[in-house]
Structures are given as C-alpha cells and as structure tokens.
Write a new protein. Structure first.
Ligand SMILES: Cc1cc2nc3c(=O)[nH]c(=O)nc-3n(C[C@H](O)[C@H](O)[C@H](O)COP(=O)(O)O)c2cc1C
Ligand SMILES: Nc1ncnc2c1ncn2[C@@H]1O[C@H](COP(=O)(O)OP(=O)(O)OP(=O)(O)O)[C@@H](O)[C@H]1O
Length: 165
C-alpha cells in the first residue's frame, strides 16, 4: 500500500490519506509505504514556506504507524522526469494499491494525474477533507493562516502544534 504526496505539515487531509493507506495495509497484510519529496515541490518552484522540515515530516508520518517512508530528492533533474518514468519507478514497488487525493499530479509540468495512474495501479482515492467552516484543508491555506498569525486556526487544520504559538 503506497500513499504519495508532498505532505508538507502532515495536516488533517494528509492524515486521512495516510491513515487510509495504513488501515488497508493491515487488512491486506502488506507494508505501508509513504512516498514523499524533499523539498516540497511547491517550495522548489515557488519558494513557499516549508511547514515541516524533512525530519519533522518523517516524525509525524511515523506517529501514524507507517512502515516505510521513501524520500525523493526533488531536484531540477527529478522535476523533468516524465509521468511514465515515475510510473515505472512505482511499479518496481509492486503496490497493491496507490492512495492519493483527487487533485494529485505528478511528472514534468504536472502532466500525470489520477486518470493516468489508474491505468497502471488500483487506486484508492481519498475524498477531499474540509474544515469545520467548509473550506478545503491544504498546506497553502495553513501557510496563509500562519502568515496572518492565526495559530489557533492553523493548529485546528494541522492537528499538530506549529511550534510558533
Ligand atoms: C517525477 C515528478 C516530476 C514533477 N515535475 C513537476 C513539474 O515540472 N512542475 C510542477 O509544478 N510539479 C512537478 N512535480 C510535483 C507534482 O506536481 C506534485 O506536487 C507532487 O507529485 C506531489 O503531489 P502533491 O502536490 O499532490 O502532494 C513533479 C512530481 C514528480 C513525481
Ligand atoms: N484536504 C485534503 N483532503 C483529501 N486529500 C488531500 C487533502 N489535501 C491533500 N490531499 C492529498 O494528499 C496528498 C498530498 O497532497 P499535497 O502535499 O499536495 O497537499 P496540499 O495541502 O494540497 O498542498 P499544497 O497546498 O502545498 O498544494 C495528495 O494526494 C493530495 O491529493
């Protein structure tokens, strides 16, 4: 069972994706694997604030009882890999199922999407997780809340302390 994403902050939406992978891996009696990127692609391309440096991200993922974490160095070379190249790498892991959110993209210029992925692997797609006010939880929104000094709201979306309170 494998879940893929930048997972910056390991917020409540990410936690839902990861927990789903962990639960399913128990049922199928296979290891749970998280495939993530360092730095987060959005930081690489746009220089946005990193919510969780890699060690903290791995600590949070480990607390969710994941068996293995794969960390891909997100470099200039890595970003130019076509979607088919990434699929080829994934297939070597022989996943029983791939867990992603519906907006997951991958490969050069974000050309690969869930439709392409499901041509190669069984997909378990996590429906979007919203906060109490009905807005989608995202790392982008949490970065915005932190920049506004709204640590209480960012905590309620993250489920972890930011350490800035
Ligand atoms: C092999 C590979 C190449 C990528 N190249 C690009 C790229 O050229 N431009 C881009 O904005 N994102 C690129 N990404 C990042 C993805 O758009 C996306 O952020 C990443 O797969 C994590 O998914 P998530 O953002 O839903 O967590 C690439 C991802 C992978 C795996
Ligand atoms: N609120 C959410 N509900 C369900 N799935 C989510 C949610 N947020 C992210 N995901 C899924 O988790 C994985 C990792 O997502 P990603 O790291 O891009 O999070 P993000 O919060 O959308 O980040 P950013 O705002 O920086 O784009 C992807 O498969 C994505 O579809």
């Amino acid at each position: 069972m494998i879940a893929i994403g930048a997972f910056d902050g390991v917020h409540k939406g990410h936690q839902a994706v990861i927990k789903q992978a962990v639960e399913k891996s128990r049922i199928c009696q296979v290891p749970s694997v998280i495939y993530t990127f360092d730095p987060p692609p959005r930081h690489f391309f746009r220089g946005v604030q990193i919510l969780t440096p890699i060690q903290e991200k791995v600590n949070r993922i480990a607390k969710l009882d994941v068996d293995y974490v794969i960390i891909a160095s997100f470099t200039e070379w890595y970003a130019t890999r076509p979607p088919e190249d990434f699929i080829c790498e994934l297939s070597k892991l022989n996943p029983v199922e791939v867990n992603v959110g519906s907006d997951f993209h991958f490969g050069k210029n974000r050309e690969g999407d869930v439709n392409l992925l499901e041509q190669y692997f069984p997909i378990n797609m996590m429906p979007p997780v919203y906060c109490k006010s009905g807005k989608l939880i995202s790392s982008t929104r949490i970065r915005q809340l932190i920049s506004e000094g709204d640590f209480q709201q960012s905590y309620s979306l993250l489920g972890w302390r930011t350490g800035m309170e």
